[in-house]
Structures are given as structure tokens and as C-alpha cells.
Design a protein around this ligand. Structure first.
Ligand code: ZN
Ligand code: FE
Length: 252
């Protein structure tokens, strides 16, 4: 569901107990409460990817004194966690029939984590469709390694990002790879969805591997574009990534 201007708060329904949901990155409680009231559902747990207010701001109000567990990065900047995660853990909601693995994906923030399970990836502000998060705390090496890790998930994995940034990201992706046919097709598909206000998400890992320049630092055309932009040869993938990221930061 939507929050603020372009955030998504994802609700994960339990097949075993459909009246209970897990809530991913509730930056705002009010829209979640309203949605759950109309669906007759309650919060069975909260999953947080990183400490930014647009992802955690609604946690306290959503719990409203209740006892639902709150899973998130082991980071002093996040209050109210019941389970502190570093990545590499398995979290099991046995009564809901849901299980997720956590991945440490530093770069946007240092303690950022992602949740993977049931063919879905909840990646916060690390990976966006056709783009990636700004590198607020990590190094290009860290962020590139995090994205490489996500890129190696099974191709069919559905990608649930923290923001609707796809259309803007595609403008940059097209600038980097003007001759990428898969990118052109994806732009058309996204334009159709966005014209009626539908989300462009979830994407899939397979799609992102074809269209997302930040997952394509090993593609010669992407490297060549980054080299032209930087005006120097780039021999290492993290260097290509760093140039792309800085290029995008100043784009439009
Ligand atoms: Zn963020
Ligand atoms: Fe965000």
C-alpha cells in the first residue's frame, strides 16, 4: 500500500491465518490501520529494513501498546525492536506459515537488511526497480556487493522495493543504455501501469538483471557509458558502480 508521496508499505498475508499480516516498513501508521480495518486484519509482526523515518515512523502507533514482534537491523537508531538482526538469520512465523531469511545489504545505510522468502524480496531502499538507493552511509564496494548479492537470487524472485521510483529511474537507465531493447519494452510496460496509477512493483530479479544499470556493471556497454561519463578507464566493477551512482545523483 502507498504512504507519503512515493513510499510503499507492504502487507504480507498469511496463507494459514489470513486475518493476520506482517507489515514491512510502516513509515506511517494511519494508512496501514485504515487498510487493515477494511480487511478485518491485525498486525502479527513488523519487518523493518532500515532506520529512516519514512520506513519506521509508524511502528509505535501501529503497535498501540500491542505485543506484535518487531524485527529490524541491530541499530541504536531504531527504537522498539524485539528482534535485532544483522543479516543471515532465519525468522520463522510458524503460526502464520511464513518464514524469511535476512540479508545484510549495506550501502544506503550501514545496517540495512533485506528479507527473502516465499519467492519474494523486500529490499527497502537498497534496490529499486531500474535503480538503487542513494549511498548515504556505505562505500561503493559495499553497495555494489549488496546489489550483486541480490542479483544472484533466483530470477523469478519478486522484488518489493520501498519506493515508486521506477519511471524516474528508467530515464537514467535509458541514458546509460540507449540501445537496450529489454529496457525499452520495460519502459512501455511501466508507462502503461503508471498511466492508471498502478504500482510498477513488484518487479523480478530477472527483469532487473536486464534493465537495471546498477546490476549491469559487468556489461560492456554499461561500463563504456560510465567510462565516457568519467573520462577515464574503469577496470573494477565497484568503480563502474561508483561512477554510475554519482552520475545518477546529479541527473536532472
Ligand atoms: Zn531510506
Ligand atoms: Fe525510503
Amino acid at each position: 500500500m502507498r504512504a507519503f508521496s512515493d513510499n510503499y508499505i507492504w502487507l504480507i498475508e498469511s496463507p494459514r491465518a489470513p486475518q493476520h499480516v506482517l507489515v514491512v516498513d510502516p513509515g506511517d501508521a494511519a494508512p496501514v490501520r485504515a487498510e487493515l480495518a477494511t480487511r478485518g486484519q491485525t498486525v502479527a509482526g513488523i519487518l523493518l529494513t532500515h532506520h529512516h523515518p519514512d520506513h519506521i515512523g509508524g511502528v509505535e502507533a501501529l503497535l498501540a501498546g500491542g505485543r506484535a514482534p518487531v524485527y529490524g537491523p541491530d541499530d541504536a537508531r531504531i527504537a522498539g525492536l524485539t528482534h535485532r538482526l544483522k543479516g543471515g538469520e532465519r525468522i520463522d512465523f510458524a503460526e502464520l506459515g511464513l518464514m524469511f531469511e535476512t540479508l545484510h545489504v549495506p550501502g544506503h545505510t550501514l545496517s540495512h537488511i533485506a528479507f527473502v522468502g516465499h519467492g519474494a524480496l523486500f529490499c527497502g531502499d537498497t534496490l529499486f526497480s531500474a535503480g538503487c538507493g542513494r549511498m548515504f552511509e556505505g562505500t561503493p564496494e559495499q553497495m555494489n556487493a549488496s546489489l550483486t548479492h541480490l542479483k544472484e537470487l533466483p530470477p523469478g524472485t519478486r522484488v518489493y522495493c520501498g519506493h515508486e521510483y521506477t519511471a524516474q529511474n528508467l530515464l537514467f537507465a535509458r541514458t546509460v543504455e540507449p540501445h537496450n531493447d529489454a529496457l525499452r519494452q520495460y519502459e512501455n510496460a511501466v508507462a502503461v501501469l503508471r498511466a492508471t496509477g498502478d504500482p510498477s512493483l513488484p518487479s523480478t530479479i530477472a527483469v532487473e538483471r536486464r534493465v537495471n544499470p546498477f546490476l549491469r556493471c559487468d556489461v560492456s556497454g554499461v561500463r563504456a557509458a560510465a567510462e565516457r561519463h568519467a573520462g577515464r578507464p574503469l577496470t573494477q566493477f565497484p568503480d563502474v558502480f561508483a561512477v554510475l551512482r554519482a552520475w545518477k545523483d546529479g541527473f536532472r
